[in-house]
Ligand binder design. Structure first.
Ligand SMILES: NC(=O)C1=CN([C@@H]2O[C@H](COP(=O)(O)OP(=O)(O)OC[C@H]3O[C@@H](n4cnc5c(N)ncnc54)[C@H](O)[C@@H]3O)[C@@H](O)[C@H]2O)C=CC1
Ligand SMILES: O=C([O-])CC(=O)C(=O)O
Length: 314
């Protein structure tokens, strides 16, 4: 949903290449028919159907196993992700209402920012509709992991394919907390490296927004990350027993109702939340974890309050 946008188009292309996908439904309020015609000429198995306008939204969702939502406006230089709230909150609310009505059992991947608030909005909408399954609702934070892996591999001269850094918390500024001490394979960092890498990972979205000079935010790397999360979800749905990803989900790892961490994915969604990553943190990570909680809590509460003030349409 939001398939004709900067993320939506390359994401649609990447998932069209996946042998795990039989049907690819793409929906947007504009320009989607051309994208569908174009994509449908690729000789890969997924059958592509384009849907546009709210009258076609229900049919785009019927029978769907995984819904990905990158609909909404991106940042411009000088903005925070929270500055997108006033527009994107409504977009996510409307789309998740349609998901609740048409494919309530689907895995739902929320990309639209601010994820720290849009994910709680989605949860609240699903609750009001009576179909909330916390195991199937995901805030997509895969790009933070992709970035952390890339930057750590570059800094330490490691083979990229081997590096895996869990990133916890949320998806904005200092709520993004890479746990460098939990990097696999084990790597040691001095204090200066920890500081430099942590700040770069936290500000990587802004790095792209500034480089694009008003033309939007990360789209290609985001599409890559979202395609990875889709692929992992489909493998889990197919019964693969070894699927782990970081995601912002309902969680009891901390006192906050939603928290990003590594999760084990299975046929029914989140099978387990991996608590061991939060054990044995360094002093730096422990302090950063405590420091991110007030901002993350406020963003979560803002999302919930918004959804409670504007009950769902039935
Ligand atoms: N979670 C993450 O890590 C990341 C999230 N994002 C967020 O993803 C969102 C999309 O970014 P871009 O693709 O670059 O923006 P974009 O403006 O290029 O595309 C957004 C698309 O959403 C569509 N859209 C707007 N309202 C809609 C509605 N009600 N229903 C369906 N489609 C609708 C637009 O027509 C457009 O095609 C932004 O909110 C951005 O902040 C971006 C990068 C990373
Ligand atoms: O920075 C933004 O606005 C887009 C985003 O979430 C990211 O690139 O991590």
């Amino acid at each position: 949903l939001g398939a004709a946008g900067g993320i939506g188009q390359p994401l649609a292309l990447l998932v069209k290449m996946s042998p795990l996908i039989s049907a690819l439904h793409i929906y947007d309020i504009a320009n989607v028919k051309g994208v569908a015609a174009d994509l449908s000429h690729c000789n890969t198995p997924a059958q592509v159907l384009g849907f546009t306008g709210s009258s076609e939204l229900p049919n785009s969702l019927k029978g769907v196993d995984v819904v990905v939502i990158p609909a909404g406006v991106p940042r411009k230089p000088g903005m925070t992700r929270d500055d997108l709230f006033s527009i994107n909150a409504n977009i996510v609310k409307t789309l998740v209402e349609a998901v609740a009505d048409n494919c309530p059992d689907a895995f739902i991947h929320i990309i639209s920012n601010p994820v720290n608030s849009t994910l709680p909005i989605a949860a609240e909408v699903l609750k009001q509709k009576g179909v909330y399954d916390p195991k199937k609702l995901f805030g997509v934070t895969t790009l933070d992991v992709v970035r952390a892996n890339t930057f750590v591999a570059q800094k330490k001269n490691l083979k990229l394919i081997d590096v895996d850094v869990p990133v916890v918390g949320g998806h904005a500024g200092k709520t993004i907390l890479p746990l460098l001490s939990k990097t696999r394979p084990p790597v040691s960092f001095n204090d200066e490296e920890v500081q430099e890498l942590t700040v770069r990972i936290q500000n990587a979205g802004t790095e792209v927004v500034e480089a694009k000079e008003g033309a939007g935010s990360a789209t290609l790397s985001m599409a890559y990350a979202a395609a990875r999360f889709v692929e992992s979800s489909l493998r889990a749905l197919d019964g693969d027993a070894d699927v782990y990803e970081c995601s912002f989900v309902q969680s009891d790892l901390t006192e906050l109702p939603f928290f990003a961490s590594r999760v084990k994915l299975g046929r029914k969604g989140v099978e387990a939340i991996i608590s061991s990553d939060l054990q044995g943190l360094t002093e730096y990570e422990q302090k950063a974890l405590e420091a991110l909680k007030p901002e993350l809590k406020a963003s979560i509460e803002k999302g919930i309050a918004f959804a409670q003030k504007q009950p769902v349409t039935t």
